[in-house]
Design a protein around this ligand. Sequence first.
Ligand code: G6P
Length: 366
Amino acid sequence: GAAELGPYRHYMQKEIFEQPRAIADTLEGVEGIVPELFGDGAYRVFQEIDQVLILACGTSYYSGCTAKYWLEGIARIPTQVEVASEYRYRQSVPNPRTLVVTISQSGETADTLAALRHAQGLGMTQTLTICNVATSAMVRECKLAYITRAGVEIGVASTKAFTTQLAGLFLLTLALAQAKGHLSEADEAQHLKAMRHLPAALQAVLALEPQIISWAEDFTKMENALFLGRGLHYPIALEGALKLKEISYIHAEAYPAGELKHGPLALVTSAMPVVTVAPNDALLEKLKSNLQEVRARSGVLYVLADADTHIENGEGIHVIRMPEHYGALSPLLHVVPLQLLAYHTACARGTDVDKPRNLAKSVTVE
Ligand code: G6P
């Protein structure tokens, strides 16, 4: 009811603003990286596996896509991420030395559970879930688990569940890196310090809300939007586009930034804003020529820039500079302005933000 909403207009807004607390709770009690964070027997499992297969749906799938960059870049473990409903119905080549990781807010999504059982049926018994509901089927059926502490999420469009999943997946990355001998004590200490700083860093990003509201005023009039990202932030662009679609009903799609010239540039007009996520100076160099092409077509850029970039606001280019440079944890911070952009755009369009048409919070039937 309204009382629980406090100063917020919708559960989604409340849940976006709860993220510093949700991340702090999810990381509470993590003193150091030990396999047991994921349950008894995790040490053996981590020794035995040499690849990771992530299965999930929706927003949880995008947290998996982000984790692939960490798992391959930091833990050096080959990682595959697959939409659960695709995996369960295709012929794949099972490898028993795979750690099967399911990611689910509810722990009850039918396709994700079926994909897990399918993998188990193929002889892959090393299973782990990153899940927000400790009593769920997913947690019962997986050997290992990390329970995120987002708390109850009511908005259909997932926000705090996503960032807490990322926190859990980053811990998993560090634990696997350690098991595989790719994590020095100095690196461990540095990563843990960065994780502990996340609540304060998130708070600073939430303070950007007024700037996002002014972007949302422009988006309200649009029917299409394009999101670009690169590397770790490509899945964040995907998630930003999903959020906008889900609640504002604006058609949005995301592309890896380097693919702009291979297709979506043809769509750019003054009616197609282009959101670029987290450009650093190197990405900006590449974007500059694209930018001219976007400008030549009257396209307008909305840039979420890294703290240390030199890009400035100008004609046809709107820049929001992030408060800091966040390193590997950058996706957790960059997704927040995109959540707020979707939220404020949807509010301005008068949609039912917490219960978007045709969508359900938890899809427990196929
Ligand atoms: C539905 C929800 C999404 C969610 C997806 C997966 O589509 O609307 O917000 O990401 O299911 O749900 P799960 O509970 O498995 O994370």
